[in-house]
Design a protein around this ligand. Structure first.
Ligand code: G6Q
Length: 548
């Protein structure tokens, strides 16, 4: 990366912002009838419309200069070549190998990982088919009706998000549940409604040491053992991990242990055996379609020129908003109830990857990095936080996601859903001027005094940026594409900001302090000396509450 060239590209963008700040996006549409075509990019039936953002061809020119100065293409080559791009952990980030259908090898330390990847995928598929067909059953011979995935973070969010998203591809007689929180209410609420004789528990943990997962797995193990006997445990558990030694110690049968590799980061592991619960839910063929969607995007990302490259465009527009306009947050609003967990999934992908304050060389970042990501499906979010998006003092760019057609849902509902989605992005862009408000109120017959009173409250500034991802339907392949688009978007932004998106040291301190506080919380008379006043005070107060 040429830091001077990057600084110069940022300076050029700053100057350019001043030039275009006076143009409203609606004026840009009036001036250019071809704006929609010019500012959309396509990947098969998926369309990325970024025309409602305040930008022009000149803006894109400056952004591509920035991408080149930051060496985005070189970083992309390093990523796909298996270089140790995760330097602080000394690892490559090769989740793309898990969805590689090119037939070409993927090398890690000079060895092709594809034979192992394909063998593990076959093993997962065979196990999933046997569970779905009732060839693998519980200890008493019952067909499994419920699958419980126990995991957290990357070992939970991806499978939970995708299983919900692709529920029409599942079978009603086979339900999937997710337990993640160390809060005992989570495991109790899920297991409370299930019959242990018909339940298969999958313990998903890359490290097989994570406190939450190990605690929940032990509770689930005790639940099975107390209902069916200790000897039944092996028939009701499977595990996914990179630490096969630790899994064996837990007592899972060796042929029910599925592995992956340390070059797959937790938040990128949905494509690996961590997708076991999803594979059982939707079947191996649909899971492969999901993988193919990811591969479509890997090919697109590697071989499409920057100007039509969707993850590159998503990333650059994000940088334009974050660094040049200073917008601190990014909303993601799927108009799809089955993408209920998508924002949570994306929060981890984006905020754990790019929530960093030092460059790859350990020096402080000169500019803002990852935004705060949040969201909820539309239309529900319209009735909750959209007020702030339309009239609040913070401008928050929005990504809308919408399918052209419903999957297994009513057509009439879907027309209303699409209309709502488009109405919101239109409203954010157009706004409503005071003059328009006054005309409307006058036409309604309001008095001049009442119009004066109400008008300021009904004004919308407009020019609030949004992009829309439109795809034919939320199929496994479409979901694979959407997930991989965001993965590469986050990667491109990390390249521009020169940060390591593949580590997550920020989650370690709390874990370490929890290890120290655990015994102090557990033991009523523990010596609290050395703790800060608040922490010690809260422990003592809790003890007092427990004693009364
Ligand atoms: C993801 C993170 C983190 C991880 C969880 C679970 O990138 O590494 O969210 O997935 O902490 O870890 P285990 O899979 O090791 O239990």
């Amino acid at each position: 990366m040429d830091r001077n060239a990057v600084a110069a590209a940022f300076a050029a963008l700053e100057a350019h912002r001043v030039e275009i700040a006076s143009h409203r996006v609606t004026e840009l549409f009036t001036a250019d009838p071809g704006r929609f075509e010019a500012f959309t990019a396509r990947l098969d039936d998926l369309v990325y419309d970024y025309s409602k953002n305040r930008l022009t061809k000149a803006t894109l020119g400056h952004l591509f200069d920035l991408a080149r100065a930051a060496g985005v293409e070189r970083r992309r080559s390093a990523l796909f070549a298996g270089e140790k791009v995760n330097a602080t952990e000394g690892r490559p980030a090769l989740h793309m190998a898990l969805r590689n259908f090119s037939g070409k090898p993927v090398l890690v330390d000079g060895a092709d990982v594809m034979p192992d990847v394909l063998a593990e995928r076959r093993k997962v598929a065979a196990f999933a088919i046997k569970v779905r067909d009732g060839d693998i059953r519980g200890a008493r011979g019952d067909i499994f009706t419920d699958i419980v995935n126990i995991g957290i973070g990357g070992s939970d969010l991806g499978p939970a998000m995708a299983t919900r998203a692709l529920s029409p591809y599942g079978r009603p007689e086979l339900k999937t549940h997710f337990v993640s929180n160390v809060d005992g209410a989570d495991v109790a609420d899920v297991l409370g409604g299930l019959d242990p004789a018909r339940t298969l528990v999958i313990v998903s943990s890359k490290t097989f040491t994570t406190q939450e997962t190990m605690t929940n797995a032990a509770s689930a193990r005790a639940w099975v053992a107390s209902a069916l006997g200790e000897a039944a445990v092996g028939d009701h558990f499977a595990a996914v991990s990179t630490r096969l030694d630790k899994v064996a110690a837990f007592g899972v049968k060796p042929d029910r242990v599925f592995g992956f590799w340390d070059w797959v980061g937790g938040r990128y592991s949905l494509w690996s055996a961590i997708g076991l619960s999803l594979t059982i839910a939707i079947g191996p063929e649909n899971f492969e379609e999901f993988l193919r969607g990811g591969f479509d995007v890997d090919e697109h990302f590697q071989h499409t020129p920057l100007a039509q490259n969707i993850p590159v465009l998503m990333a650059l527009i994000g940088v334009w908003h974050r660094n040049i306009w200073g917008f601190a947050a990014q909303a993601v609003i799927p108009y799809d109830q089955r993408l209920l967990r998508f924002a949570a999934y994306l929060q981890q992908l984006d905020m754990e990857s790019n929530g960093k304050s030092v460059l790859r060389d350990g020096t402080p970042t000169p500019r803002a990095t990852g935004p705060i990501v949040f969201g909820e499906p539309g239309t529900n979010s319209q009735h909750a936080f959209f007020q702030l998006l339309h009239q609040g003092t913070e401008v928050t760019p929005v990504d809308f996601l919408i399918a052209a057609q419903p999957t297994d849902a009513d057509e009439h509902h879907h027309v209303l859903l699409v209309a709502n989605c488009l109405a919101q992005s239109e409203a954010l862009m157009r706004g409503r001027s005071e003059r328009e408000v006054r005309e409307i109120l006058k036409a309604q017959g309001l008095s001049a005094a009442r119009i004066d009173e109400l008008a300021p409250h009904k004004v919308f500034s407009g020019d609030r940026p949004s992009s829309t991802l439109l795809y034919r339907a939320l199929t496994p392949r479409a979901l694979g594409r959407i997930v991989a688009l965001y993965e590469h978007k986050v990667f491109v932004q990390s390249a521009i900001w020169d940060i390591n998106p593949f580590d997550q040291w920020g989650v370690e301190l709390g874990k370490e302090l929890c290890g120290r506080l655990g015994p102090l919380v557990a033991e009523a008379g523990a010596d609290l000396k050395g703790l800060d006043g608040s922490t010690a005070g809260l422990i003592s107060t809790r003890n007092a509450l427990l004693a009364t």
